[in-house]
Design a protein around this ligand. Structure first.
Ligand code: 5GP
Length: 211
């Protein structure tokens, strides 16, 4: 049945498990479209251009912003990040849901845009700051200075929790995954998200009448 595509925004401080949850959701539902952001930061080991991010030099990023090609953009850790608009519009038109791994600034911009009514926003909290720091260090890819910067940014990110529709404390990643899936299933079933229902119920009525 025809359904309007949702914009599922996942935000959290770095290290709260957001990327793991995003990967699990994509594996669970192959119809989900993942919004690959553009960024001016350098690729980390193992990251692939076009899959994890579109890695762009700053002038190219700025040209995309000026041309109105970004749904939202923000500065995070001194680098620029933005969501290319075209793939999101294409997914919505096809009735596909899009998953965004973006920070609170991006979440706020999309929620306030004309697409706001189709947004479902979920904030992931860590069980404790000690746990958050352990997870950040566990990545072992970043310097002390970068980790300190991420911890400061985490505090700022967490301060925006109340702007989100749903908040999940990630004590256990399997349980958090189940919670996110439950939210998606409920949001997809909302009457106002299923314009095809009128026609469907009309067909049910016809069936009543022709019995
Ligand atoms: P990282 O550099 O660790 O991949 O991401 C840093 C932060 O930037 C994360 O909180 C991530 O969610 C956020 N981010 C990634 N892409 C975008 C984007 O397109 N827009 C915004 N506003 N934030 C983004």
């Amino acid at each position: 049945m025809q359904r309007r595509g949702l914009l599922i925004i996942l935000s959290s401080p770095s290290g709260a498990g957001k990327s793991t949850l995003a990967k699990r959701l994509m594996a669970w539902d192959p119809t989900l479209s993942f919004s690959v952001s553009a960024t001016t930061r350098s690729p980390r080991e193992g990251e692939v251009d076009g899959r994890d991010y579109f890695f762009k030099p700053k002038p190219e990023f700025e040209t995309m912003v000026a041309a109105g090609e970004m749904l939202e953009h923000a500065q995070v850790f001194g680098n620029f990040y933005g969501t290319p608009k075209a793939p999101v519009e294409a997914a919505m038109q096809a009735g596909r849901d899009t998953l965004f791994d973006i920070d609170w600034q991006g979440g706020q911009q999309i929620r306030r845009s004309s697409l706001g009514k189709d947004v479902v926003s979920i904030f992931i909290l860590p069980p404790s700051i000690a746990e958050l720091e352990t997870r950040l260090r566990g990545r072992a890819q970043d310097s002390e200075e970068v980790i300190a910067g991420r911890m400061a940014k985490s505090r700022d990110e967490i301060s925006h929790w109340a702007e989100y529709d749903y908040v999940i404390v990630n004590r256990d990643v399997d349980a958090a995954e189940e919670e996110v899936k439950t939210i998606l299933q409920a949001e997809r079933a909302r009457a106002d998200r299923q314009p095809g229902l009128n026609e469907f119920v009309r067909a049910l009525n016809t069936e009543f009448e022709t019995r």
